[in-house]
Design a protein around this ligand. Sequence first.
Ligand SMILES: Cc1cc2nc3c(=O)[nH]c(=O)nc-3n(C[C@H](O)[C@H](O)[C@H](O)COP(=O)(O)O)c2cc1C
Length: 190
Amino acid sequence: MKVLGIAGSPRINGNTDMLLAEVMRGATENGAEVTTIYLRELNISPCLHCDNCLKDGECNIADDMKHIYLDLEFTDKLVLASPLHFMGLTSQTKLMVDRCQSLWVRKYKLKIPPLRCNRMRKGLFISVGGRRMVGLFEPALATVKALFSSLDIEYSGSLVFPGIDEKEAIKEHPDALQRAFLAGQRLTED
Ligand SMILES: Cc1cc2nc3c(=O)[nH]c(=O)nc-3n(C[C@H](O)[C@H](O)[C@H](O)COP(=O)(O)O)c2cc1C
């Protein structure tokens, strides 16, 4: 079983990086083959809304997104990690999400599988935010759910922690890293 982790924070070894690493460790212990991509290291253009993808569901922009399209295609489970930035996903993550428009076109306009085959895929969302308020993660979660459903990835839940702001603050949380490890195991059980 392949598990793809996408790290969307600009902060190296920050809170979501740590949570994602624990999820991947849990998946690895279950025998999964894991790959983690750090969006901050990649060159990804914004979607240009050129509408070229309307023809054939292919994006014409030549950049690192080409690797992510392939990784998405071949994975069984996706773990998307992004802290909140102004209530939403980070810019790095949103660039990647918007570039999945060509996959949206495949599903809703061309009526073909967005990831080429109809294999069952599942996705988990990981996030943290510095603030504490009701509904803190809802706006970001709405985007994640829209992405997953456009890619025919079943939403299998989220692991989110409010009140986590300083770098490595997640280490002080009583059970966050352990819950991340267990989430990685659960995701790879079937
Ligand atoms: C540009 C920016 C915008 C942010 N906006 C929010 C926000 O809207 N709500 C919130 O709870 N935290 C916000 N934060 C705080 C981060 O979510 C928080 O520091 C988090 O722990 C960063 O996670 P990371 O270490 O994985 O990057 C923001 C931080 C930055 C740098």
